[in-house]
Design a protein around this ligand. Structure first.
Ligand SMILES: [Zn+2]
Ligand SMILES: [Zn+2]
Length: 370
């Protein structure tokens, strides 16, 4: 006789996770359901075996008992592994007794149901001054979201009345539809699968258990926050239905533009005017940083207009913990004097004589002009 090892029956390994076990069970239960195998007399007993196997492996206590020592789970007598199927005597009523688990197989999954009851996420934006975004700030934002109704405490039932078990499905959330000898389960239409039914709905929330309200939420904006960044505040979105968990609040940052510093990632760029004499001779200049301090920068002789210098670590702090901060990119903007005093003009004319250069020679050569 075949060994009735529940692991073998479900085709899972001994260290399979609960999800794996459930997944294997669902697949097999669908495949071997007698409704799916009309005319196959063996499908009933196979289906029952699978169900028993799942009952053991899905129940932590039974699973441990099975894993730890020889017990009788099949057949009602004899040692584990020796029992034959279908001799327990319960017959089909056993199967119907455990129909609760059918909701799991044929109905909506429990996880999807919790997902449906979870409160919605809320999104608001917050305007930040440049300095606050850079240094980080704790601020308050106005949020309009669903909250548990104060009149009924979120139950949806009028004060003094109670929530009844759904009469159509006896609170199970699923109904068995007869199909010949067997039955299939489907979500209960009356209660939407929730299993409950409100006789007199709360007037404050019209039975939904929630009301939309505006409130202030305190949020910490991390130092170095960028424009358009989403800061998550867990559990401060809309309240969940029927005690399910609340959604999250997402605060989108809107950072004011700075007249001088432009942000690129964690770096900032700044255009710094440099006189043509400084550029030609080289100079050590002072450059402003986004945080209000300054940093010294050495320009080599012959610095060209538009040249960029990177000052490491002088940009924005990283919002990631332990992340490296950004850099400051200094772009040189050459300043040519618009007015010259007489003495200055003489010096420049002398310089022109001295250099006697044709700076466009290369250009004309490349352009092909003669
Ligand atoms: Zn209410
Ligand atoms: Zn119902």
């Amino acid at each position: 006789m075949e060994t009735k090892d529940p692991y073998k029956l479900l085709g899972v390994k001994r260290d399979a996770s609960r999800d794996d076990i459930r997944g294997a069970y669902r697949k097999l239960a669908r495949k071997h359901h007698p409704d799916a195998n009309p005319g196959d007399p063996n499908s009933e007993s196979r289906f029952k075996e699978i169900q028993h196997a799942y009952e053991i492996l899905a129940n932590p206590e039974k699973k441990r008992e099975y894993d730890e020592g020889p017990r009788t789970f099949f057949g009602g007598r004899g040692d584990r592994g020796a029992g034959g199927g279908g001799s327990a005597g319960g017959g089909f009523s056993d199967m119907f007794d455990s129909f609760g688990s059918f909701g799991d197989v044929f109905g909506k999954s429990v996880r999807r149901e919790t997902q449906r009851l979870k409160g919605e996420d809320a999104t608001v934006s917050v305007n930040l001054r440049f300095k606050d975004a850079l240094e980080g700030v704790t601020t308050r934002v106005g949020v309009s979201a669903e909250e548990a109704c104060g009149d009924c405490g979120g139950s949806g039932a009028a004060p003094g009345t109670s929530i009844k078990r759904c009469p159509d499905c006896s609170g199970r959330g699923v109904r068995s539809r007869d199909q010949g000898f067997f039955a299939l389960s489907e979500p209960c239409a009356r209660c939407g699968g929730g299993g409950t039914f409100i006789e007199s709905p709360c007037s404050g929330c019209r039975g939904s258990g929630r009301v939309r309200k505006g409130r202030q939420v305190t949020v910490r904006i991390p130092a170095g926050a960028k424009d358009g960044m989403k800061v998550r505040v867990p559990g401060r979105g809309s309240a969940g239905r029927k005690g399910a968990s609340a959604g999250d609040l997402f605060v989108v940052t809107r950072v004011e533009e700075h007249p001088v510093f432009k942000r690129r990632g964690d770096d900032f760029t700044v255009e710094v005017p440099v006189s043509f004499v400084e550029a030609a001779l080289g100079a050590e200049i002072e450059v402003p940083r986004p945080d209000g301090s300054t940093v010294r920068l050495r320009l080599p002789a012959g610095t060209q207009d538009g040249r960029k210098f990177r000052v490491r670590g002088a940009g924005a702090p990283s919002v990631k913990k332990g992340g490296e901060g950004g850099d400051l990119i200094v772009e040189v903007s050459l300043v040519v004097p618009t007015k010259l005093r007489r003495r200055e003009r003489e010096i420049l004319e002398a310089l022109a004589d001295e250099r006697d250069e044709d700076v466009r020679e290369e250009l004309f050569k490349k352009a092909g002009s003669s």
